[in-house]
Design a protein around this ligand. Structure first.
Ligand code: ARG
Length: 461
């Protein structure tokens, strides 16, 4: 049983320690079907170049079909002596079609151009699934925004009460980054859609093989312009890892807020039983584990990116075995998002918001002070002065332990001759919200329009 793809110039086999270090089938086996697809395309260009007869091509394609079926059923799996996915599949192929025909398939290609192509095929496929899962989450955020369209909450900067906003506006602020992540994946795909197959080991395809034909069969609009770049570049893999890390970060921000909102102190939100966990000792506990895992796994996704970039830094051209280390980080990123996104979406879909509590807190912490200043500006008071006057209102309230709407007409008059009882019209949450009516603002009418545009963006992808 020949399992190595090399050996002619070696007197003996590899040491066991080397074989163990070198082995990659425990992670690259997930590329088996892409490898077989590549082999089908390669067989066709061998035939087109006159290196296989029609009968040989047919026998090869039939053998590859049998191999694919056995891989799918689990009847064929790698053995320890198979160095990598390519080695295992060549062994399986030869077992099925014999050494003479089986030994012809490898002509004019290298594992270096194969693996560079397979990783792109795999990631392009996964990117589509991740994008769909991101759109599901964005849709669920839109649903929650719509269901809670009338709810006001304290908008924060520096985690301090800043200005009232609609809960819907806040939720949609978490949805737009997800739409951009979907766009990032799509933009990335345009760069990933170039096939390195035919780059050979590094110098290009020999034997009259046509890389563009292989590319087209494997779903790539083009073949690599440069065979060295084709086999040595992994920027496309790193960029995928970046987008995955960005998605992790984009999830970690709502995650952190859900964790805070579910505390007794906030009491903004209740998690559904099916999407929260208990404690082994404290019977009363209901924990936001999904949100915490999202926050934690964002670190893992960033680590995948950092590890990969560190592997690539300073690598000379062309292929180096270091590049075998490109796969586990992105496979981990794919698996992590695969687990995380459905759970996160389920958690968001089943959140119950405590609208009364949010609305009660919305005007607290002097969050309407800006509205006083802007009311004065509409009355031709310079903003610099208006800011001082509104600040003085806050100071008076703070000294008395009261809030802005508690100020009397006499208080207003004492603070500034510019202030009259008319200012009360903006000292309500509803008045404050309505006033932020420019595009992108939190006025209910604008948020409803925004919701429509978000839904259109979701449907458009
Ligand atoms: N398993 C390798 C990888 O993942 C591909 C094989 C290239 N090996 C070689 N000796 N040139 O990158």
């Amino acid at each position: 049983q020949v399992t190595r793809l090399w050996g002619g110039r070696f007197a003996g086999g590899p040491s066991e320690a080397l074989a163990r270090l070198s082995l990659s089938t425990h992670f690259d086996w997930r590329l088996a079907h892409h490898d077989i697809a590549g082999s089908r395309a390669h067989a066709r260009v061998l035939h087109a170049a006159g290196l296989l007869t029609g009968d040989e091509l047919d026998a090869m394609l039939a053998g590859l079909d049998r191999l694919a079926a056995d891989v799918a059923s689990g009847a064929f799996t790698p053995v320890l002596a198979d160095e990598d996915v390519h080695t295992a599949l060549e062994r399986g192929f030869i077992e099925r079609v014999g050494a003479d025909l089986g030994g012809r398939l490898r002509a004019g290609r290298s594992r270096n151009d194969q693996i560079a192509t397979l990783v792109r095929m795999y990631l392009r496929e996964q990117a589509r699934g991740i994008a769909a899962a991101l759109l599901d989450l964005a849709a669920v955020l839109a649903d929650q925004a719509e269901a809670n369209i009338g709810v006001a909450m304290p908008g924060r900067t520096h985690l301090q009460h800043a200005q009232p906003v609609l809960l819907a506006h806040h939720l949609l602020a978490h949805a737009w980054p997800l739409i951009r992540d979907v766009e990032r994946l799509r933009d990335w795909d345009a760069r990933a859609a170039v096939s390195p197959y035919g780059s050979g080991a590094l110098a290009g395809s020999s034997l009259g093989l046509d890389p563009e034909a292989v590319a087209a069969e494997l779903g790539f609009p083009a073949a690599a312009e440069n065979s060295i770049d084709g086999t040595a570049a992994r920027d496309v893999v790193a960029e995928f890892a970046f987008v995955a890390a960005m998605i992790g970060v984009d999830l970690s921000r709502p995650a952190e807020e859900i964790i805070l909102w579910a505390t007794k102190e906030f009491s903004f939100v209740t998690l559904d039983d099916a999407f929260s966990t208990g404690s082994s000792i404290m019977p009363q506990k209901k924990n936001p584990d999904i949100a915490e895992l999202a926050r934690g796994k964002s670190g893992r996704l960033i680590g995948d990116l950092a590890g990969l970039l560190t592997t690539l830094k300073g690598l000379p051209l062309a292929y180096n075995r270091d590049l075998q280390e490109d796969k586990e980080p992105v496979f981990d990123a794919v698996d992590t998002l695969d687990l995380l996104l459905p759970a996160f979406t389920g958690m968001v879909a089943t959140l119950t918001f405590n609208g009364e509590r949010m609305a009660e807190l919305a005007p607290q912490g002097f969050s309407l002070a800006t509205d006083i200043a802007e009311w004065l500006v509409r009355d031709r008071v310079p903003f610099r002065e208006a800011h001082e006057i509104a600040g003085a209102c806050v100071r008076v309230c703070e000294e008395r332990g009261t809030d802005l709407p508690d100020l009397t007409d006499a208080d207003f008059a004492a603070i500034s001759p510019h202030l009259g009882p008319g200012v009360r019209e903006v000292l309500t949450v509803a008045g404050s919200l309505d006033s932020r009516s420019a595009k992108g603002g939190t006025a209910p009418a604008r948020v409803t329009e925004q919701l429509g545009r978000l839904r259109a963006a979701i449907d458009g992808h």
